[in-house]
Design a protein around this ligand. Structure first.
Ligand SMILES: *Cc1c(COP(=O)(O)O)cnc(C)c1O
Length: 354
């Protein structure tokens, strides 16, 4: 820390992303898409025009926003595009929390929420989960705060039905509710249709997990046009060009390849169920995940130890510190070959640990 860092940030603990090593690992630690891009995405990237790098991107992101609007059956004015859903979430924190309203989110959820709250000086209420890791929505009713709910939740993988989100919206008519649907395409129900009836709902999604474009950094929000306008006020006060031309071309092509990505998402769900069965046979316990990862523990071996032993064998998974999560591993669902390597490595490790 330099002696110049503003005193507001002296205590800030930044988000710690999963490692991105140069190679040589079976990477199951950041919930990336394990299959190749759709042919149309490859073609779009290969066909970029010569002037693409030299020109600023369209600050309105008109083409991709219109395509997203058509895809979800909403108006273009109801769609916001950002540099990954991380940026969209950051703009939502900036726009809808602060002086007038604090924020509330589950105590165990996406690790970026408390970081944004701390960065922006927002008062945060962290609501405990139930003992089975499910989200108890009762404490959010009339809480007077902007609510962020990851659905499915991370790292638990548990999804709420959209009826539960609807009750949350009804119990908080005076506050925005942000549904972070990063993993919704792996088997949960989306709340996008509710945006037509609730002016306090913002649904955030991403191209990173189910469309294989984590490297492109594309996220978006769907909601009432005034909420979207507010996000644009944040973006145009910060970085109007936050989404680049290369990524927008890739995103447009990925939207046109809907069938390819739907098929792969179904495949990921099937692999997830097979892997959970294989891990159960090894004595692991876990949640019924609706996401592209498993959240598991082994009663005989601490999470940290499993993480380290897997790493030594070239398999990277995610282990979180802290009393609540230290027993658990979050394991991304990869290809069948990757899952076979994972279960074989775990079988060996458990044998050694006996
Ligand atoms: C991965 C993830 C994000 C961030 O996704 P990007 O679009 O890559 O920034 C947001 N929320 C949750 C819950 C996630 O797991």
């Amino acid at each position: 820390m330099s002696r110049f860092l503003d005193s507001r940030f002296r205590e800030l603990e930044p988000y710690v992303p999963g490692e991105q090593p140069a190679g040589g690992y079976i990477k199951l630690n950041t919930n990336e898409f394990p299959f190749p891009p759709a042919p149309g995405v490859r073609r779009a990237l290969a066909a970029l025009e010569e002037e693409t790098p030299a020109l600023y991107p369209d600050p309105e992101a008109g083409t991709l926003i219109r395509a997203l609007a058509a895809h979800y059956g909403v108006a273009s004015e109801e769609v916001f595009l950002g540099n990954g859903s991380d940026e969209v979430l950051a703009f939502a924190f900036m726009a809808f929390c602060g002086k007038d309203r604090g924020v509330a989110f589950p105590e165990v959820s996406y690790g970026f929420y408390p970081v944004y709250a701390a960065l922006l000086g927002i008062d945060a209420l962290r609501v405990p989960l139930r003992p089975d890791w499910s989200i108890d929505l009762e404490p959010y009713a009339g809480c007077g705060r902007t609510v962020f709910i990851a659905n499915p939740n991370a790292p638990t993988g548990l999804a709420l039905p959209s009826e539960a989100i609807e009750r949350l919206l009804q119990s908080n008519p005076g506050c925005p509710v942000v549904a972070d649907e990063a993993y919704v395409d792996f088997g949960a129900s989306s709340s996008v249709p509710l945006t037509a009836r609730y002016d306090n709902l913002l649904v955030v999604q991403t191209f990173s997990k189910s469309r294989g474009l984590a490297g492109a950094r594309l996220g978006y929000a769907i909601g009432n046009r005034e909420l979207i306008q507010d996000l644009n006020t944040m973006k145009f006060s910060f970085n109007p060009y936050s989404v680049n031309r290369f990524s927008m071309a890739a995103g447009l092509a990925a939207l046109e390849e809907g069938e390819y990505y739907r098929d792969r998402c179904r495949q990921i769900q099937a692999i997830r169920e097979e892997t959970m069965e294989a891990l159960s046979r090894l004595g692991f316990e876990g949640t019924p995940s609706a996401a592209n990862f498993l959240f598991v523990r082994h009663p005989g071996v601490p999470g940290r130890r499993l993480y380290e032993k897997l790493r030594e064998r070239g398999v990277l998974v995610r282990h979180f510190g802290g009393a609540k999560l230290q027993d658990y591993l979050r394991i991304s669902v990869g290809t069948p070959e990757q899952m076979t390597a994972l279960t074989a490595a775990l079988e060996q490790i458990l044998e050694e640990e006996r």
